[in-house]
Design a binder for this molecule. Structure first.
Ligand code: NAI
Length: 400
């Protein structure tokens, strides 16, 4: 197996894949479509981060014919045409919660900093002003934290905030288990009316565009704090500025913006610049060395397991299957169009060849079906050729 890793993924990923027997080429930059198309020839596993685009044209090109898996060494997979990858039988993996803890720790740091008015004290000190006043400074213990979006990040924040003595409530559009003593709110308004601090951790679905604007800010408690570390387009920054200027909100911490500079040299433009009680950070919620290392290990581990034994646990696009490995069997991994009768046809081929099935697992997801079959035979290659010729077959791999 040959792996091509782009965009300077963590060295632990290289080590892990090499230990699994992959020949790894690691580059520290992204490649454009023409460069990548040439580089893909003979590559089975491709690792990228957010700067490499994988459009349908690239995934369908003849040089991508050997590709079996893509690892997105990041959270998002918008840069990949996942539907085309699926149609070609290419598994896609990402790292959905490798940086969860990093985001949570930044949120907690900001909650404490804003509650103690550290941003203003710090600015005063740098301007030579010594102001020891306690006015407006609070402990976070006993304060009411309202979490909007109780997914990986929201739930983890809930646990750590309670450990600091905060009273946690949350609102989520999906049914979620309330952890610890957290209280579930039935509506967003209920949460806004009962929180000293509101923090957004919703996902980036298009319906969340502009979900937090003037109406929601007005429904918050006077003197409360607001945080957004989720997605920039979720919040109306003009309305937020107005609420900070008027004093309705005591402060805010914003890590994500509707438009963000694409590179280091580009100027950061925002209505929120210049406000002493607003913490602005350049989308670094998940940017820690620990998170990068975890992403490297996590995604490389998923690629290794898929290549070696067909395991698709946590895949972005394929059914999630994990069949325990048997030392004495060959394993077939068969991806097919999800239409009735495919499993019967596969097993019919095996029966014709008088091959015993030692273990089998099938899963379907949308238009794709995936079946792992452990078989006892001395001539698996003949079977592979026959399974490849079935009209429903997308890809067959003989794994051992
Ligand atoms: P997740 O998918 O585990 O959780 C999102 C939760 O929000 C889900 O429970 C969902 O049901 C809920 N939700 C969606 N729309 C909602 C709405 N309108 N009202 C209430 N609940 C709603 O996602 P995860 O991993 O917790 O990430 C949360 C956000 O943080 C994402 O937008 C992600 O892009 C962002 N993020 C930001 C980082 C940064 O560097 N600042 C780093 C990592 C993630």
């Amino acid at each position: 197996m040959r792996a091509l890793l782009l965009e300077n993924v963590h060295p632990d990923a290289v080590t892990l894949l090499e230990r699994a027997g992959c020949e790894v080429q690691a580059l520290d930059r992204a490649l454009d479509e023409a460069e990548l198309s040439a580089a893909l020839d003979g590559v089975h596993v491709l690792g990228i981060r957010s700067k490499t685009e994988l459009p349908a044209s690239l995934l369908s090109s003849p040089t991508a014919r050997d590709l079996v898996a893509i690892g997105a060494f990041c959270i998002g997979t918008n840069q990949i045409d996942v539907a085309t990858a699926t149609n070609k039988g290419v598994a896609v993996f990402n790292a959905p919660f490798s940086n969860t803890r990093s985001v949570v720790e930044l949120a907690l740091a900001e909650i404490i900093a804003l509650t103690r008015r550290l941003t203003e004290k710090n600015a005063d000190m740098h301007a030579g002003v010594w102001d020891k006043s306690a006015t407006g400074a609070h402990e976070v213990r006993g304060r009411r934290l309202g979490i909007v979006g109780y997914g990986n990040i929201g739930a983890q924040l809930s646990v750590l905030a309670e450990a600091l003595g905060m009273t946690v409530s949350f609102y989520d559009t999906a049914d979620k288990l309330a952890l610890g003593n957290a209280r579930r709110c039935q509506t967003l308004d209920e949460l806004l009316a009962s929180s000293d601090i509101v923090t957004l951790h919703v996902d980036g679905r298009s319906g969340n565009s502009g979900m937090f604007g003037a109406e929601q800010f007005d429904a918050m408690q006077p003197g409360s704090l607001f945080l957004n570390l989720s997605r920039g387009f979720v919040v109306d920054h003009t309305a937020l500025r107005r609420c900070i200027d008027s004093g309705h909100l005591a402060g805010a911490a914003i890590d994500v913006f509707p438009t963000e500079p694409r590179s280091r040299g580009e100027e950061f433009e925002s209505q929120l610049r210049g406000l002493p009680n607003v913490i602005l950070t350049p989308h670094i919620g998940g940017s820690t060395e620990e998170a990068q290392q975890d992403i490297g290990r996590y995604v490389a581990g998923k690629l290794r397991d898929f290549v070696a034994d067909g395991t698709t646990t946590m895949s972005v696009n394929l059914p999630h299957l994990a069949l325990p490995q048997r030392a004495d069997a060959h394993r077939l991994a068969h991806l097919h169009h999800n239409v009735p009768g495919v499993l019967a046809r596969i097993n019919g081929v095996l029966a014709e060849h008088k091959v015993n099935i030692e273990g089998q697992l099938l899963g379907t997801r949308g238009d794709i079906g995936y079946v792992l079959t452990d078989i006892a035979t001395d001539d698996p290659d003949a079977l592979v050729a026959e399974l490849e010729s079935l009209e429903e077959t997308v890809r067959v791999r003989l794994l051992s």
